[in-house]
Design a protein around this ligand. Structure first.
Ligand SMILES: CNc1ncnc2c1ncn2[C@@H]1O[C@H](/C=C/CNC(=O)c2cc(-c3ccc(F)cc3)cc(O)c2O)[C@H](F)[C@H]1O
Ligand SMILES: [Mg+2]
Length: 210
């Protein structure tokens, strides 16, 4: 199981490496202007789940500025692929820079478009059969419909892990109800805090049982 080790990051800012990109964003959002990145506290839980799953294929719904994209991609084994979906072009352009600064372009495929349109096309367009890990961090009311869509499109296999941000704040009640009551999922809540604040939030890790 993913442990909740305190993850202390000591990074030497030589050139733009993933650790210094992560540190720079966290520092700015904690001290200058809040932003809805998963952040350092929940980020450590994300790190431990990624390390535990050691995925060859990852799907991220909601790239935003690319903070969690960098957190995930930096931990992927060689030849692993992360597809991240973002439908706001301005935000996608920022994420591309953040991913490039971290030197992770060859592990990440940022696709501009809406999850509802792209999920049904991922198989034939990107040659992905199933995802080992899905990180949900887009508009919260789409967590459930998109999860059902991924099931219908056969993108999940026995053992696929769904990790959802913000299941408490802002909350995704219908999604939580679904993954916690469905016999097809084994779900676990990782209690944490809303990024850069003391407000409760957490990640829900749900293993698809096939
Ligand atoms: C619907 N399909 C989509 N397809 C592709 N990209 C998408 C899609 N939907 C959104 N995007 C893209 O994904 C991002 C959206 C992220 C939404 N995130 C949040 O709202 C969110 C909100 C809070 C929050 C908490 C407390 C408070 F007081 C204020 C805010 C905290 C969090 O960690 C969040 O993740 C991006 F912006 C949008 O273009
Ligand atoms: Mg979030």
């Amino acid at each position: 199981e993913a442990d909740r080790k305190e993850c202390t990051q000591v990074t030497h800012v030589h050139e733009w490496d993933p650790g210094s990109v992560i540190q720079a964003i966290d520092h700015y959002c904690r001290n200058k202007e809040w932003a809805m990145n998963v952040g350092d506290e929940k980020g450590c839980i994300l790190d431990s789940v990624v390390s535990e799953v050691n995925p060859a294929t990852v799907l991220e719904l909601g790239t935003y500025c690319g903070y969690s994209t960098v957190r995930i991609a930096r931990l992927l084994p060689p030849h692993a692929k992360l597809i991240t979906l973002e439908f706001n072009p301005a935000v996608a352009a920022i994420a591309r820079q953040v991913i490039a600064w971290a030197g992770l372009e060859d592990k990440v495929q940022l696709v501009e478009g809406a999850s509802g349109d792209f999920i049904p096309r991922i198989k034939e367009q990107f040659g992905v059969k199933t995802f080992d890990l899905v990180f949900l961090d887009h508009w919260k009311e789409y967590y459930l419909p998109d999860t059902k869509l991924m099931e219908e499109c056969g993108l999940l296999r026995k053992g696929s892990v769904l990790l959802a941000d913000n299941v408490v704040c802002p909350g995704a009640p219908d999604y939580l109800e679904y993954v916690r009551s469905s016999p097809r999922y084994e779900s676990r809540y990782f209690k944490s805090h809303l990024e850069y604040t003391k407000v409760e939030d957490g990640l829900e890790k749900s293993v698809f049982l096939g």
